[in-house]
Design a protein around this ligand. Structure first.
Ligand code: UD1
Ligand code: UDP
Length: 372
């Protein structure tokens, strides 16, 4: 029997946690041959290489090395470099994950090449906020995909509303939680909590990198001022995404002195970050993945956005949206630190086995492209 060739694409930090279990599950199937492609959208050691090492992802066969640029240029450059790879390797299926520029760019390339199928892992999520670049990437990718793998019930609902035939939609659960489940013991072994001089359950962990929060000083500075005030109550650890660094340096330059409790550090490895997340009293974030991971861990999370494409984390998990209002953030954070802790449960199929379900569907797929 001819083996089916599946090309997997990853490009930016959150893609690596998603592609790791999917690659492992597919590579273990004798009927499938895998080809791993890195677009190079993220390229710093701490934004890329570290995750391949920590998550045991094999060296990509192809690295497109696109680097940073404006949306249009980055998307165009990924497409220009990815097309010859697909034409050369002729995969039966291209698998893309998440909602970054690499996801949409490679989806568009794959779908225009006859005989190549397209699968989207994390399909159907919608913030209904088209000012977010990720929402555009989600809409484009789902419009084109032959196989749509959803992580939470809202995914199928949104796709049905957009007219997608439900036969193409597969509720498989959350691959990010596969990675979390597989790495929790190793995360603890890093001793990151102690290495930062923190007490388990006694600190706040922060991430912030959305353009809407960091690109405008009128939004970013009050949020940072609120974090500085919170640091008087509890240690606040903030691993700073490279996109956030210039805004942070500007904010810091205008302040006389930072509170000792505010720890601004470089981006962390997955294992160290997971250890800090699992033992935090509270997480503040605008990340998509971190909203899901805190729900899986049962750790309170305040999301610095007016909306979320991951509503199950609010409806069933420990997530609460506080928007971009610094006063509200401070009020809600203090309430949680004072013991007003949200009760949550783990959403259905966030059980560590999502990638195996994806591999089952891909193995059984008859190769018929989606018609509408
Ligand atoms: C991208 C994704 C976003 C995702 C985030 C995860 C898009 C549109 N955005 O945002 O959805 O949540 O990744 O982390 O795809 N930079 C570096 N080193 C790197 C990578 C980036 O210094 O390794 C800096 C560059 O100055 C770059 C900026 O960060 O211009 C933004 O990088 P980019 O990949 O365009 O978007 P992110 O903000 O990282
Ligand atoms: N993460 C990490 N180190 C950090 C910050 C985050 O390993 O310093 C992990 C986090 O646990 C999650 C993923 O990165 O698995 C989320 O990526 P990011 O927030 O960059 O992107 P988003 O999910 O918002 O698209």
């Amino acid at each position: 029997m001819k083996r089916r060739r599946v090309m997997l694409v990853a490009g930016a930090r959150p893609n690596f946690m998603k592609i790791a279990p999917v690659h492992r599950a597919l590579a273990a199937r004798s009927s499938i041959e895998t080809v791993l492609v890195h677009t190079g959208q993220h390229y710093d050691e701490a934004m890329s290489r570290l995750f391949f090492d920590q998550l045991g992802i094999p060296e990509p066969e192809i690295n497109l090395e696109v680097g940073s640029a404006s949306h249009a240029l980055q998307t165009a450059e990924i497409m220009r470099r990815f097309e010859p790879v697909v034409l050369d390797r002729r995969p039966d299926l291209v698998v893309v994950v998440g909602d970054v520029n690499s996801t949409a760019a490679c989806a568009l390339v794959a779908k225009k090449i006859p005989g190549v199928g397209l699968a989207h892992v994390e399909a159907g999520l919608r913030s209904f906020d088209r000012s977010m670049p990720e929402e555009i990437n989600r809409l484009v990718t789902d419009a084109l995909s032959d196989l749509l793998f959803t992580s939470e019930p809202s995914g199928a609902r949104n796709l049905r509303r957009e007219g997608v035939d439900p036969r193409h939609v597969h509720f498989v659960g959350n691959v990010m939680i596969d990675t979390l489940e597989a790495h929790l013991p190793r995360a603890r072994q890093t001793g990151a909590v102690e290495a930062f001089g923190l007490a388990a359950g006694g600190y706040v962990l922060v991430t912030m990198h959305r353009p809407a929060n960091v690109d405008d000083a009128a939004v970013f500075d009050p949020l940072m001022d609120a974090l500085a005030r919170l640091a008087a109550d509890r240690p606040v650890v903030f691993p700073v995404h490279p996109r956030t660094r210039p805004a942070l340096d500007r904010w810091r330059g205008a302040r006389q002195e930072l509170p000792a409790g505010l720890r601004l550090v470089d981006p962390l490895g997955y294992l160290e970050f997971l250890d800090l997340m699992a033992h935090a009293q509270l997480v503040l974030t605008d990340s998509g993945g971190v909203q899901e991971e805190t729900t899986a861990l049962g750790v309170p999370c305040l999301t610095l956005r007016p909306n979320t494409e991951r509503p199950v984390t609010v409806d069933e998990g420990t997530n609460e949206l506080v928007g971009q209002d610094a006063d509200r953030l401070l009020r809600r954070a203090r309430a949680i630190l004072a013991g007003e802790v949200p009760r949550g449960r783990r959403p259905a199929l966030w059980d560590g086995r999502a990638a195996e379900r994806i591999a089952d569907v891909i193995e059984g797929w008859d190769g018929t492209p989606r018609e509408r």
